[in-house]
Write a protein that binds this ligand. Sequence first.
Ligand code: AQP
Length: 320
Amino acid sequence: MRILSGIQPSGVLHIGNYFGMMRPAIVLQAEGEALYFIADYHALTSLRAPAALRENSRRVALDFLACGLDPARAALFRQSDVPQVTELAWILSTVTPKGLLERAHSYKDKVARGLAASAGLFSYPVLMAADILIYDSDVVPVGRDQKQHVEVTRDLAIKMNETFGEILKLPEPRIHAQTATVPGLDGQKMSKSYGNTIDIFAEENEMRKRVMSIVTDSTPVEAPKNPDASPICQLFSLVASPEETAALRAAFAKGGSGYGDFKKQLFVRLWEFFAPMRQRRNEILAQPDYIDAVLAQGAARANAIADGVMARVRTAVGLR
Ligand code: AQP
């Protein structure tokens, strides 16, 4: 089984990225051949700052490794270190119905949030399809927001296979129900561009401040509270046992405690949960060449697979 996933270096990684994609990807690295990439071509649709893009890409690599990505099992590489992917994206775009892209919710959401409506942003799902198909991927661990893009990938693979013969493998999304959409401080999907994140490697004071700023209603301390009316319980359940989560929900329903107390409990749990990863991150930072070596090794593995698939595609479509 070949597992493929990617993450954009468009900002600092948050716990939505961690629980939605990074942790499932790290678990899956023990179950097959894993390929995880830093989607720097994709990030160009929102980030036009070369130094920041370079810095963010290294930081994503560092954070992913700190969270448990094992380079002996999983290849970690920059998307742009496999430039053949843009060639496959072009070939796929020639069979992509425009209406399919017009229905993509991510484009509409991003334009509604003020991102430039560029052709690159519009055809993002085609590049994502190429990212997946160029490695003959079987399984794609993603958050729920990416499900539609994996469906587009399957549609394009079917279209290519119907047109040119069986050349591309159909991938399956892998979405975990509990972590499919991690809520942000305001209860909407946690997202870099919504300003509602809790960053995985935030400083202690910053993380505490973020947790304490979770939006809640004005129910008085003594009154019972709805455990589902704020993201506190859902976030708590990600870092605590089911028994502890049940106890917190019971305390909500009982009344007599304020939201501030619950937020403090959540902060303590979050801070403890990521402690081993912070330590590992410091160890990696002490080895200046480690990240470059991991990325180079990952790029070599990815290129070897991509070259094979591209040779097959070029032959099938008549480019050779
Ligand atoms: N809140 C979330 N809950 C569950 N999964 C999430 N993911 C992101 N946010 C959540 C998953 O993380 C992976 C990488 O995401 P990405 O960086 O490629 O882009 P994204 O989904 O667009 O993440 P953001 O933070 O929302 O970025 P911006 O604001 O730049 O668009 C994906 O598998 C995603 O599902």
